[in-house]
Design a protein around this ligand. Structure first.
Ligand SMILES: Cc1cc2nc3c(=O)[nH]c(=O)nc-3n(C[C@H](O)[C@H](O)[C@H](O)COP(=O)(O)O)c2cc1C
Length: 342
C-alpha cells in the first residue's frame, strides 16, 4: 500500500512533523479543555495529555482519563508506570482510544511517583525502561516515545544520558524528549525541580551529534518561539514548551503554524479564540460541566496585552458562580474593550 494511503504510516509522519513544536504534559493543566484551546491556537503543534498512570487505567479502570475531543489531533497520551505488562495494556487502551502517540514519563520527580517506581527515578534503570518501551511497542502501532531528564541526583549526566538513550533506542524507540536538567529526588519539590537544577542545553545538542538518526526534542525553560526556532536551527528535531505555552498561549502557539511549520500566517486575534471557545463551553455545560473548568485555562489568553488583567479578573471572579456561562466571556471582552483608550 502506498504510504499516503496507509492511515497508520500517514498518522505516524503527521505526528513526527507535529513534534517540531509540542506543548508539554502538565498535570492538572493540560487537560482536554486546555488542549482544545491550544488546538484552536495552533493546528499543527503536538499536544500532550497530563500523565495518566498505568495502574489507574489498567487496575483502576479509569478509562474516562482517556477522553478527548476529536479536534485535538495530533495528540499524545503520556503514561506513567514501570511494569512492562501493565504499561503495554495501558498503551493498548490509549491507542484504542485514538491517541496518535504513547509517551512514557521518565522525568517526573514527585514523591508519589517515586514510591510507585516511575518517573525520573527510572533514569537509574535504563534496562527496565527499555523493557517497558519494548512491551509498549509490541502492543501498539502508534509511535512510543520517551520523555526523560538528563539524569538524577549525583549521576554524571554526560555519561548516563547517552547510555540511557542508546539502551532505550535499542528497542527501536526513535523519539526522545529531553528535559535539559537533572531531577534531584531528595529535598526538592516537583516545582523546585523544574527551576533549580541547572539547564544544560549543550548536552542535549551533543546527543543529537551522537545519535543523528534519532528524533530528539529539547524541553525546559523555553519561553519564546525565537528560542524554539534557534534550537531547530541548531539541529534538534523538536522543541517542547511547557509553562510558557500555558501562561502565554497566544505568544507561543498563535504564530507557531506560520513560524515553525511554514504555514500561511493565520490572522486570528485572541478575541477570536475566546469566541471560538463558546460552542465548546456550551457543549460542556449541557453535559453537566462547570464554566471554570474551562476558563481556568483561558486566563493567559491575553497575557501581556492591553486588558489582560481585567480579563483574568472578570473570569476568576465570575466563572465559579452558580449558573455562570458564555455570557461571562462576552462580558469580559466587552469590559476589556470599554477599558481601552479611545
Ligand atoms: C503544573 C505542571 C505539571 C507537570 N506535569 C508533568 C507531567 O504530568 N508529566 C511530565 O512529564 N512532566 C510534567 N511537568 C513538566 C513539564 O512537562 C516540563 O518538562 C517542565 O515544565 C519544563 O518545561 P518548561 O520549562 O517549558 O515548563 C509538569 C510541569 C508543570 C508546570
Amino acid at each position: 500500500m502506498a504510504e499516503q494511503e496507509d492511515p497508520i504510516k500517514q498518522g505516524k509522519s503527521d505526528v513526527v512533523r507535529a513534534a517540531r513544536l509540542s506543548v508539554a504534559p502538565m498535570m492538572d493543566w493540560t487537560d482536554r479543555h486546555c488542549r482544545y484551546m491550544h488546538r484552536l491556537l495552533s493546528s499543527r503543534s503536538l499536544l500532550y495529555t497530563e500523565m495518566v498512570t498505568s495502574p489507574a487505567l489498567v487496575r483502576g479502570g479509569a478509562l474516562h482519563l482517556l477522553d478527548f475531543h476529536p479536534d485535538e489531533h495530533p495528540v499524545a497520551l503520556q503514561l506513567g508506570g514501570s511494569d512492562p505488562a501493565e504499561l503495554a495494556a495501558a498503551a493498548r487502551l490509549g491507542a484504542r482510544a485514538g491517541y496518535d502517540e504513547i509517551n512514557l514519563n521518565v522525568g517526573c520527580p514527585s514523591d508519589r511517583v517515586q514510591s510507585g517506581t516511575f518517573g525520573a527515578i527510572l533514569m537509574k534503570q535504563p534496562g527496565l525502561v527499555a523493557e517497558c518501551v519494548a512491551a509498549m511497542q509490541d502492543a501498539v502501532a502508534v509511535p512510543v516515545t520517551v520523555k526523560c531528564r538528563i539524569g538524577v541526583d549525583d549521576q554524571d549526566a554526560e555519561g548516563v544520558l547517552p547510555e540511557f538513550i542508546a539502551r532505550v533506542a535499542s528497542t527501536g524507540c526513535d523519539r526522545f524528549i529531553i528535559h535539559a536538567r537533572k531531577a534531584w529526588l531528595q529535598g526538592l519539590s516537583p516545582k523546585e525541580n523544574r527551576d533549580i537544577p541547572p539547564l544544560d542545553y549543550d548536552l542535549v545538542l551533543r546527543m543529537k551529534g551522537l545519535f543523528p538518526a534519532l528524533h530528539l526534542s529539547v524541553n525546559g525553560g523555553i519561553t519564546s518561539l525565537e528560542q524554539a526556532q534557534a534550537f531547530l536551527d541548531a539541529g534538534l528535531d523538536g522543541v517542547m514548551v511547557g509553562r510558557a505555552a500555558y501562561h502565554q498561549p497566544w505568544d507561543i502557539l498563535a504564530q507557531a503554524d506560520a513560524r515553525i511549520f511554514g504555514e500561511i500566517a493565520a490572522t486570528a486575534d485572541p478575541v477570536d479564540i475566546a469566541l471560538a471557545m463558546i460552542p465548546y463551553i456550551e457543549a460542556h455545560l449541557v453535559a453537566g460541566g462547570r464554566l471554570h473548568q474551562i476558563t481556568r485555562h483561558m486566563m493567559g489568553l491575553f497575557a501581556g496585552r492591553p486588558g489582560g488583567r481585567l480579563w483574568r479578573r472578570v473570569l476568576s471572579e465570575g466563572a465559579s458562580k452558580r449558573g455562570a456561562g458564555p455570557a461571562l466571556i462576552h462580558q469580559a471582552l466587552a469590559r476589556m474593550q470599554a477599558a481601552q483608550p479611545a
